[in-house]
Design a protein around this ligand. Sequence first.
Ligand SMILES: *Cc1c(COP(=O)(O)O)cnc(C)c1O
Length: 354
Amino acid sequence: MIHKSNATVEINLAKLKQNLQTLRTYLDEDTRVMSVVKADAYGHGAVEVASTLEPMVEAFAVNDIHEGIELREQDITKPILVFEVPQKTTASQYRVHNLTATVSAREHFDWLPNGTSYHLNFDTGMGRLGFAPEDSKLVLSLMRENQNLFCTGLYSHFATADSPGSDFVTEQHRLFTTIREQFPQELSAHISNTGATAFYSSEQFDMVRLGIGLYGYSPGKTTIEGINPVLQWKSKLVQIKPIIEQSTVSYGATWEAPADGNLGIIPVGYDDGLKRSLSEELTVRINGKKYPLVGNITMNYTMVFLGDDEYKPGTSVELLYAESNAQDWASKIDTIPYEILTSINPKIPREYIL
Ligand SMILES: *Cc1c(COP(=O)(O)O)cnc(C)c1O
């Protein structure tokens, strides 16, 4: 991959570990943790995140098989669960790379080669992947008929666990309990994501699947105390030029300078993941001082109004930082921090701080 040099993403690995420790305080001592590192660890870099967390967690999860292979090639040895639906064409890869498949339909038993490990997935209300709860007897017999495959777990996924007090979570929990009771006790059962771990802490089974909380964000509007964002996004001013009162900036000429002053050019735009809908919504930090982004964000550039302040080209600009984090960005454009984080272009180099 060709790396960009217009910006850097800083990942604080000490904060990552601290977040895991905070989330563990919600769990019983023997509850295991599966660290979810899909989507390149929500933009944080799956290999580095997994290597850092490997001594502290019991398993990993990724979305697709290629993400799992990448981790194996970088010497991650703990169990890796692949969430995606197995395909006939790639079914042989699970065993080759010692990855755990997700079985959620009858044909998967036929496609996976002898010796493949898998977890069963049940749809208890998410309305996405998984066997229907009423199929549990059939699934149990398929499991017994296919002794050549190794079932090691059983899971489901909550639809509304991002905030406390949801009856729908209670209902899904009840359904999953009923399913779980029909299967051998030695299978590892898991249903909780970050939200269920923090807001429904009596709901755990054998293991939880932690994603967003590890990266320092709460899944919904209710804040989880004691976790902090791991990622910061920085760039540099490439140019500074005088701007006179009432002259306009960027496409559409939507922004007019309120006074004479200086305009800074930042070489980051929506191609980098700085969403265009955030135009005129953000403040960046330069030398500890906040300045507004002005005019429409373009594909590769964004402008900042500096007032009377003068800076040299090359001055560092903080785009995404503690007081203007992915949750703040998300609230402005009606999305969630997950989408902000995974939108940051993977070509921007990640720098790791211990
Ligand atoms: C992404 C995902 C998770 C992690 O969810 P967070 O809200 O990020 O903790 C857990 N389980 C499944 C099946 C997922 O797809």
